[in-house]
Design a protein around this ligand. Structure first.
Ligand code: GLU
Length: 556
C-alpha cells in the first residue's frame, strides 16, 4: 500500500520548492512594532462595488496609519467568474478614489517582493503546501462525482444530519486503511482521472454545542470570537488544480505576511475552516476585521442590503460616471466607517481626512447605513472646501472621460473657475455644487451651447416684459456696482407701476401690477433662462457685458 509520502509524490511529482524554501523566500517583514500589513483581494468579476471601496479604506487606513504595508492581490481562483479587462477596471477604479497601494498588482506589473500577487499565477505554491498536507496524512484525494455527492446530500437530508463531506460520509478519507481502496486511488491517479484534494478535518462531526472544541479568534471589529471546530473535509484544491478561496486565503495571507485580514462579514461562517487550515499548516492566525454589510433604507422604509440589481449606486462606476469627487466619496465613507468621524470633522473643518485616527473599534458590526442624500450633503461641503481652479481641472478630466460633449465648458479655465466660485465667498457661502453631471447642468446658462430658457416670465410682469428689458438695456452700465445696478431696476419697476418693495405690494396689491421682484425675474429669465439663480449682478460680472447685452437683446 502507498504511504502518505508516496501518494503525495504520485499526485505532485515535480514541484520546484519546498514549503521551507517558500518560508525563506517570503520572510517576516521588517516593519516597525505595531505596523499592520493589509491587503485588498478583489475578484475580477467586472463589477467593483462600494463594499470593495469601503473595505479598501479600512485596509489603507490601518496600514498607513501604522507605518505598515497595503497591497493589492487579485483573487481569480473562480474561473467561472472571469471577465476581460476586469483587473484594469479594479486598478483604475481604486486609483480614482485615491486608494494608494504600496505593493501588489499594478497596471505595469507587480511591485513588491511577496508576489506573485495574482492567485492564478501561484499554482505551484498552493500545490506545494497541499502536498505537505498530503504527506502528513492531513489531506486526501477525493474522486466523488457530482452524482455521488448529491446522493450523499439526499441521504443526509433524510437522516436530518449536517450536509457535507466529512468523516462517516467520505469514501476516500480513510483510503490508507483499506487495501482495495488504496489500490483504486492509486490506479485512478495513474489513469489521470479528475479528483479534488480535501482537508482531512480533525474536528468531531456533529458534536453538540457543549462538546465541540472552540477557538478564540481576534476580530478587531467584533472583539474575541469563540469559533467552533470545523469538521468538514473542505476542498482545498479543485479538479482544475486551482485552490479554493479557503486555501488560497490561508496560504497567501501567511506567505504575504498579512497581519490584518479585512473582509466582509459574509466570510464569518467560513472562519472555522480557516482556523483549522492555519493550524494544520502550523501558522498563526491573522487578526480579522469582518466588516458589516452596506445597507440602505429600502422603498418600504426597512433596512436592506444594497443590491447589484436594484441599486446602481452599489457600483463604483456610478460615482465616476456621475462625477462625484473622490474626496467627497472618501469623506462620506469615513462618516459611515467610524462613528466619531463627523464630530472630528466639525472640529477640524480644514484638516486632511488622513489626520483622523481611524479605529476598528468604532466600526459598526451590524450593518452600515448608506444614504445617497447624505453623500450629496457631504459632497456639497467637500466641494466648498475645494479650490475653484482645482475643481475646474478635475471637471475637465471627468468630462474628457465620461462626458466629452461638455468640451466647450473648458475652453477658458479661468472663466470656469470664476463661475464655480460664484457665491462661494459670501457670508453664507453657496453650497450647491454636488457632482460633475449636476454641476454641468447647474452652470449651463453661462454657455451659449447649453443655454435655454426653461422658465417663463412671472404672470404679474409678463405683458411688460418687452418694456422692462428695453429700459434695462438702455440703462445698463456694466461698471455699476451692485447697489447702483439695483437702484436702476427699482426705478424701472416704479416707473412702470410696480412696488419698489415686495412688502408694499403685499399690503396694497390693488395699487400695483406687482413688485420689483417680478421685474427682476423678467431680467433673470432673459439672462439665465431660470427664475431662480445666484445673485444676478455677480453673474453678469462673470458673463461679461457683451453676453449680457446679447441675451437681453434676444428677448426684444
Ligand atoms: N476575493 C474575495 C472576494 O472578492 C475577497 C475576500 C477577502 O478579502 O478575503 O469576496
Amino acid at each position: 500500500m502507498l504511504s502518505n509520502r508516496e501518494l503525495a509524490q504520485l499526485i505532485y511529482p515535480s514541484l520546484p520548492h519546498t514549503p521551507e524554501e517558500y518560508e525563506e523566500m517570503y520572510p517576516e517583514r521588517k516593519l516597525p512594532e505595531g505596523a499592520r500589513v493589509t491587503r485588498l483581494g478583489p475578484s475580477p468579476t467586472g463589477f467593483i462595488h462600494l463594499g470593495n471601496l469601503y473595505g479598501a479604506f479600512v485596509d489603507e487606513r490601518l496600514a498607513h496609519q501604522s507605518g505598515g504595508v497595503f497591497f493589492l492581490r487579485i483573487e481569480d481562483t473562480d474561473d467561472k467568474r472571469f471577465v476581460e479587462n476586469a483587473v484594469e477596471t479594479i486598478i483604475s477604479s481604486l486609483a480614482f478614489f485615491d486608494i494608494r497601494f504600496d505593493e501588489g498588482v499594478t497596471e505595469n506589473g507587480d511591485i513588491g517582493s511577496y508576489g506573485d500577487y495574482t492567485q492564478s499565477h501561484r499554482g505551484e505554491i498552493y500545490r506545494t503546501f497541499a502536498r505537505r498536507l498530503l504527506e502528513k496524512g492531513m489531506a486526501y484525494p477525493c474522486f466523488l462525482s457530482e452524482k455521488e455527492i448529491t446522493a450523499i446530500r439526499e441521504k443526509q437530508e433524510a437522516e436530518k444530519t449536517s450536509p457535507g463531506i466529512y468523516a462517516g460520509w467520505s469514501k476516500y478519507r480513510d483510503w490508507d486503511k483499506d487495501e482495495a481502496l488504496a489500490t483504486e486511488v492509486e490506479s485512478r491517479i495513474r489513469a489521470g482521472e479528475p479528483f479534488v484534494i480535501r482537508l482531512k478535518s480533525r474536528g468531531v462531526p456533529n458534536a453538540s454545542a457543549e462538546e465541540t472544541a472552540r477557538h478564540t479568534v481576534t476580530d478587531a471589529v467584533r472583539g474575541e470570537l469563540s469559533v467552533p471546530d470545523n469538521f468538514q473535509d473542505v476542498v482545498i484544491i479543485k479538479q482544475t488544480g486551482i485552490p479554493t478561496y479557503h486555501f488560497a486565503h490561508v496560504v497567501d495571507d501567511h506567505l504575504m505576511r498579512t497581519t490584518h485580514v479585512i473582509r466582509g462579514e459574509e466570510w464569518l461562517p467560513s472562519l472555522p475552516i480557516h482556523v483549522e487550515l492555519f493550524e494544520a499548516l502550523g501558522w498563526d492566525l491573522p487578526v480579522y476585521c469582518h466588516t458589516a454589510q452596506l445597507m440602505k433604507i429600502g422603498e418600504d422604509g426597512n433596512k436592506r442590503k444594497l443590491s447589484k440589481r436594484k441599486d446602481p449606486e452599489l457600483s463604483l462606476d456610478y460615482y465616476r460616471s456621475q462625477g462625484y469627487h473622490p474626496a467627497a466619496v472618501r469623506e462620506y465613507l469615513l462618516t459611515i466607517l467610524n462613528s466619531n468621524y463627523e464630530e472630528w470633522r466639525a472640529e477640524n473643518p480644514d484638516a486632511s481626512s488622513d489626520e483622523f485616527v481611524f479605529t476598528t473599534e468604532k466600526m459598526s458590526s451590524s450593518g452600515a447605513l448608506f444614504d445617497l442624500d447624505k453623500l450629496n450633503d457631504v459632497s456639497k461641503s467637500t466641494l466648498l472646501r475645494t479650490d475653484a481652479h482645482e475643481l475646474a481641472k478635475w471637471l475637465k478630466a471627468w468630462s474628457s472621460e465620461f462626458a466629452p460633449e461638455y468640451g466647450y465648458v473648458f475652453e477658458d479655465m479661468d472663466h470656469l473657475a470664476d463661475i464655480l466660485d460664484l457665491g462661494r465667498h459670501d457670508a453664507r457661502p453657496r453650497a450647491d455644487l454636488v457632482y460633475a453631471r449636476q454641476i454641468m447642468d447647474h452652470i449651463s446658462y453661462f454657455f451659449d451651447e447649453s443655454f435655454s430658457r426653461t422658465d417663463s416670465y412671472p404672470e404679474e410682469a409678463a405683458s411688460d416684459a418687452g418694456e422692462i428689458l428695453t429700459r434695462y438695456l438702455e440703462s445698463y452700465d456694466h461698471s455699476d456696482d451692485n447697489g447702483t445696478w439695483f437702484d436702476k431696476i427699482r426705478q424701472i419697476a416704479t416707473d412702470l407701476g410696480y412696488a419698489a418693495k415686495p412688502k408694499d405690494y403685499k399690503k396694497h396689491p390693488e395699487e400695483y401690477k406687482g413688485h420689483v421682484g417680478h421685474v427682476s425675474t423678467v431680467i433673470r429669465i432673459a439672462l439665465m433662462g431660470r427664475a431662480v439663480s445666484p445673485d444676478v449682478w455677480a453673474i453678469q460680472q462673470i458673463m461679461g457685458e457683451e453676453k449680457v447685452r446679447s441675451r437681453i437683446g434676444e428677448c426684444l
